[in-house]
Design a protein around this ligand. Structure first.
Ligand code: TA6
Length: 297
């Protein structure tokens, strides 16, 4: 069977042996295997019971990225919004063959009516979300459709959306991230100051937390210690920005559910989203954006 479901999660099984497991809590991808190996990093101390956001995998960020900003409609929301800490419903599965590869797609739904009263009161938007996860033999695609279900002039709302992907890598200090050169980025380790990326290959040598604006659609993660052998290709569609994050030792130390503490050595967050500016959605309008993660080995 290409889709199996238990009370709290859904697993996709591809004829190639690839697989993906998604918790209904937050519609959080907690595992993606391809080429016989786990491609995502997940903290061994991550809660998977819905008690708090998953530490690893692909948490969803909506309607706000980062800490809530005073004076905005999202100011009462938790960091990264409520999508990752709300139970989504499984809407259904579709399958298709493209280029001889089976695409197994599962859709999840969340709308303002299914939010608890307290959360709904914290953000006025009347919204509908459909989140699609598609598995092939070597890719995992995540895509979000956002609908403004409100009506009338005042119903427009502003939102951020981002796929907070924790990629598993053999050694983060040996990887290179290509495609960011000459971009402007905000460096959250330097007081959110703005900088220009001068290198064609970004290396991770210390705590890294950068929001690259208007990034190109394709970002490559290579093994710089093995003549730039490709590890992953991250291709965004309809999304503007890319966030690169690695807490390094000092950051991991401060994150309670980060285990093992040296796990930062085996991961890098490459997060596609539209977060540098608010996206405005008029009443009745729909927006969509997504990202294809390709594992090369
Ligand atoms: O995406 C990078 C970031 O915004 C970092 O600043 C760090 O806070 C990370 O997200 C994890 O946030 P979380 O709320 O999941 O601990």
């Amino acid at each position: 069977a290409t889709l199996t479901q238990s009370s709290d999660r859904v697993t996709l099984s591809h004829p190639s042996g690839a697989s993906a497991t998604i918790l209904l809590y937050g519609a959080t991808v907690i595992s993606w295997t391809a080429h016989g190996r786990e491609q995502l990093w997940l903290s061994t101390a991550s809660a998977l019971d819905g008690s708090r956001a998953v530490r690893g995998g692909i948490p969803l960020v909506f309607p706000v990225f980062g800490p809530p900003q005073a004076g905005t409609a999202a100011e009462k929301l938790p960091q990264h919004g409520f999508a990752r800490t709300t139970r989504w419903e499984l809407l259904g599965r579709t399958e298709a063959e493209t280029a001889g590869d089976l695409n197994i797609c599962v859709d999840f739904g969340l709308d303002s009516r299914s939010l608890d009263e307290e959360t709904r009161a914290k953000w006025g938007g009347e919204f509908g979300l459909i989140y699609s996860v598609t598995l092939t033999s070597s890719t995992l695609e995540t895509k979000m459709v956002v609908q403004n279900a409100g009506s009338g002039e005042s119903a427009a709302f502003d939102f951020n959306v981002l796929f907070h992907t924790y990629l598993r890598v053999p050694d983060v200090e040996a990887i290179g991230i290509k495609g960011l050169n000459s971009l402007t980025y905000r460096d959250k380790t330097l007081g959110n100051t703005e900088h220009n990326e001068s290198s064609t290959t970004l290396r991770i040598t210390s705590q890294t937390d950068r929001v690259y604006r208007s990034a190109p659609d394709e970002i490559a993660i290579v093994d710089a210690s093995a003549s730039d052998k490709p590890l992953f290709t991250v291709t965004k569609v309809g999304l503007k920005d890319v966030v690169i994050w690695n807490p390094h030792a000092e950051g991991a130390e401060k994150i309670a559910d980060w285990q093992p503490k040296d796990g930062w050595k085996e991961m890098v967050c490459v997060e596609a989203g539209s977060v540098a500016e608010w996206q405005t959605l008029e009443a009745g309008a729909t927006w969509e954006g997504g990202v294809v993660h390709k594992a090369h080995l």
